[in-house]
Structures are given as C-alpha cells and as structure tokens.
Design a protein around this ligand. Structure first.
Ligand SMILES: Cc1ncc(COP(=O)(O)O)c(C=O)c1O
Length: 460
C-alpha cells in the first residue's frame, strides 16, 4: 500500500469511528485547551516525521479536546451539522485542492458554484439573476453584501467609493434593528461606516424591529444614501422582522435593504415556514450560512446580491497575469482572492436532500424546538421566555442565579450542549436546533439531563 493510501485509510477509520460513536458519546470535550496544547507541544522539530506518525500524534493530542458538535445533542449557538454527502464532498474539496478564484483556474469549482447558486436562489425564492458569493460565514456575508450596498447608495449619490474611499463622501445613513446580530456591526466597522453611527430601531418583545419607529426614522432621514438592515431569525427567539412591510417602506426612501438570514433565511425552503420570510425576495441583499441550517461543514457562508454589478464593483479584482474574460470570476463575489472551492459541499448537500429534503429538515428542527419548549414548560418554575416560531428556544429556571447554575452544570454534565445567555436583561439557557442528526430521542435524553441537573441545583 502506498503511504497516501495508508494515511487516508487511517483517517477514514478515525472519522467513521467518531461518527459511529456520536449517539453514545458525551458532547463535552474530555480535556481543555491546555490539555491539547500540552499534548501537541514540543520544540519545533528540526526534522519532519512520517505523515502517518503525524496523524497518529494529532489524533492522540487533539481528539480528547473535540467537542462533539456534529452530535444530535449539540444545541449551542447555531452550529448546524454535517450531512454525509457534504462531508464527503468536503474531503474531495481538500483532495482536489482547487483555487476557486478564477473561472479559468478551476472549471470544476466554478461550474459547481454556478449550479449550487441556481439551486440556492430557486430554493430560497430569491431573484434568479442575483450574484452569489461563497464566503466563510454570515459575518463575512454581511460584510460582502453591505460593501455592495455601500457602493450602490454612494454611486447613486454621484460618489465612487471604491476609487475615492469615504473621505469627503456624502454621509451614508445605516438603520439597524436593536437586536441585530453583532456581526452586522462588525461588518459596518470593516466598511468604515462605523459601529456606533447606525440609527437603531427598537425591538418588540420577540426582538423584531418596530415598524412604527422605522417609519418615523425613515421620515426623518429622508432620501439620503441609505441602508436598512433587517433580520430573518433572531439568535435568541428565532423571530423574524416584519420583512415585507419593512422592505417596502425602506424602498420608498430609496434605501438598499439588506437581510441577515444566517440561519432563518432557510424558512423559505419550507411551505410551512415560508410565511416567516414573506417579501424577503424584494430586498436587495441577503447573508446566510450553509454551515448552519443546510448542514454543510465549516466554513460555508453565502453572500447574495440582487444587483450583481454592485457586488462585482465592490469585490472585483483585475490583474494582468490572471486569465480573465468578460464573465465575472468567482472572486468578484467574495472579499478573497485565492480560496477553497466551497461550492462542492453546498452542491452535494442540496443534491443529496433535494427540495423536499431541505424542507423536511427545516420542519424537523422546528418540531424538535417545540418538543423542547413543551418538555421544559412542564417543569415546575421553568418558563420558556420566547414564542417558539422557528428553531430557537430560550428558557429561564426561575431566577437568574438558578438559570446560570443550570447552564453551567449542563455544560459540565456533557450529555448535551446548550449555551447560556442574557436576553432582555434576564439570564436564559439558549437551545438552538440545527443538526440533521437530532432525533426525538436526543431531545428526550437532553430533557432528562436538564431535569436531573435542575433537581441537583434545587437540592443545593
Ligand atoms: C443572525 C446571525 N447573523 C450572523 C451570524 C454570524 O454567522 P457566522 O458565525 O457564520 O459568521 C450568526 C451566527 O450565529 C447569526 O445567528
């Protein structure tokens, strides 16, 4: 057997062992960061080692520190899972090692991205001629879309922001919701639009923007270069901004409307949940993640812009040594030059699930979220604090102290993984369902763990 085959077979054995063990395995890691670093640390070796030896050392040192994020009982943050076809396509992505920047550099990567883009726009109900950038995640998708927005609103005001920057430019007004995701602010910071200059629309009890205040703010700012950021899927409540009304209102003032739908945009794939994103197709740009709801391995974000020229103007690159023709190269849609061929696993996920499979997966996530909410609401003194409309559940165990203690002990217990947070001034335990592997049994085992830990906390 040649060495490459031997090492890949060893990795195959490790990977299948890991996946097979997931149902029984604790989600929590068995060691901490120091434990892993100590195991892997040695003075930088003067001489190399055999690849197989390297991989054995990596497995021995790092695997104890692996949190079982692909487990069906991982409900922290919004993490997603890994579909088998997407995982296998991801292995091929590394094996083929394509630089996906240019059409000429990889017909394979570009062709797969063309088709994945067509399928995504169809599935999400977005304009078919939109440009799609395969970026690292929703934060960079927000950045990419807002760069296109900045280009367009300033171009309409007679300003070339790519050429002249922001020095002396007409001011751009950005309107955001009170409960926007933090990464929208980071994107605005990267773009020189400032994190703190945005006008903020207060949120209602579920975290949705209040239309009455949006109306007032728009009337005050009038027709200036204007960007309005909406959200499809609040990270605590799962709630969706009133998108149709907000888009139409903002468009009356000539605004570019951007929607951060990192995990929530996928509601569009389900007939049962599509109403949550009604009107979303009338926005100008959308940020989402394939590594969340679509269950593609990290990293896989999607930046989608209806006015493709605005995206090409903001992101495009020209250099004499590249082989470019009149068609836009993939790097015209992302803030990267060289990059991984992220389209392969996205294509594979969509091909393996089909339209129906994506819809069923989204609906299953929501069913599990409701099962959690019902199971928790039955417990004495426990309160689900959000309206469960999608995949997110936030729960309070009576007092902030008790909630924090339950969250801390649950992480230590390791049966499942849910993350603590503060929402509307109150400590909560957040539960986010986003993994295709999660079964009703996983939900029930997790509920049993919560009951056990709560009893311990109450016993003192
Ligand atoms: C609404 C929203 N926007 C943006 C992000 C950032 O996504 P990413 O971690 O893929 O950059 C998240 C992450 O959970 C999110 O929920």
């Amino acid at each position: 057997m040649n060495d490459e085959r031997k090492i890949l077979e060893r990795v195959l054995e490790e990977a299948t062992g890991f996946l097979n063990d997931l149902p029984g395995r604790r989600v929590a890691a068995r060691t901490d960061v120091e434990g892993v670093a100590t195991a892997l640390r040695r003075p930088l070796p003067e001489e190399g080692a055999e690849p197989l030896e390297v991989i054995e050392e990596l497995i021995a040192g790092a695997e104890p520190g692996v949190v079982a994020m692909p487990s069906g009982r991982f409900f922290g943050w919004v993490i997603g899972g890994v579909l088998p076809a997407a995982l296998a396509a991801d292995w091929l992505t590394s094996t083929w090692d394509q630089n996906a920047g240019l059409l000429a550099s990889s017909p394979a990567a570009a062709g797969a991205e063309w088709v994945a883009s067509e399928w995504l726009l169809d599935l999400l109900g977005l304009p078919g001629n939109s440009a799609v950038g395969f970026v690292t995640g929703a934060m960079i998708a927000n950045f990419t879309c807002l760069a296109a927005a900045r280009h367009d609103v300033l171009r309409r005001a007679g300003w070339d922001v790519e050429g002249d920057g922001l020095h002396g430019a007409p001011p751009v007004t950005v309107i955001v919701g009170e409960e926007r995701h933090e990464t929208v602010d980071v994107a605005l910071r990267f773009l020189g639009l400032g994190e703190q200059r945005s006008l903020m629309v207060p949120a209602d009890d579920q975290g949705r923007i209040r239309l009455d205040t949006l109306t007032d703010i728009l009337a005050q700012v009038g027709n200036t270069p204007l960007i309005v950021c909406l959200q499809a899927g609040n990270v605590h409540s799962g709630a969706f901004d009133p998108i149709a009304e907000a888009v139409d209102l903002a468009h009356q003032y000539g605004a570019w409307v951007h929607v951060d739908g990192a995990f929530g945009l996928w509601a569009a794939a389900s007939a049962q949940y599509r109403h949550l994103v009604a009107g979303v197709e009338r926005a100008d740009s959308w940020a989402s993640d394939a590594h969340k709801t679509l269950n593609v391995p990290y990293d896989s974000g999607l930046a989608i812009v209806a006015k493709a020229e605005a995206m090409y103007a903001a992101m495009g690159v020209h250099a004499a040594y590249l082989i470019q023709d009149e068609r836009p190269d993939p790097f015209s849609t992302v803030p990267e030059f060289s990059r991984r061929a992220r389209g392969f696993p996205v294509w594979a996920a969509l091909r393996s699930l089909g339209r129906q499979g994506v819809a069923e997966m989204v609906e299953r996530f929501c069913r599990h979220a409701h099962r959690f909410a019902a199971g928790l609401a039955e417990l004495d003194g426990v309160r689900v604090v959000n309206d469960v409309v999608f995949t997110q559940v936030c729960v309070s165990f009576g007092t902030d102290e008790a909630t924090r203690e339950v969250a801390t002990r649950l992480l230590r217990d390791g049966t499942a993984w849910m993350t603590p947070s503060t929402w509307h001034g109150q400590a909560v335990l957040r539960i986010s369902v986003s993994n295709w592997r999660t079964t009703e049994e996983d939900v029930d085992r997790t509920l049993a763990a919560v009951r056990r830990v709560l009893a311990e906390v109450r016993a003192g």
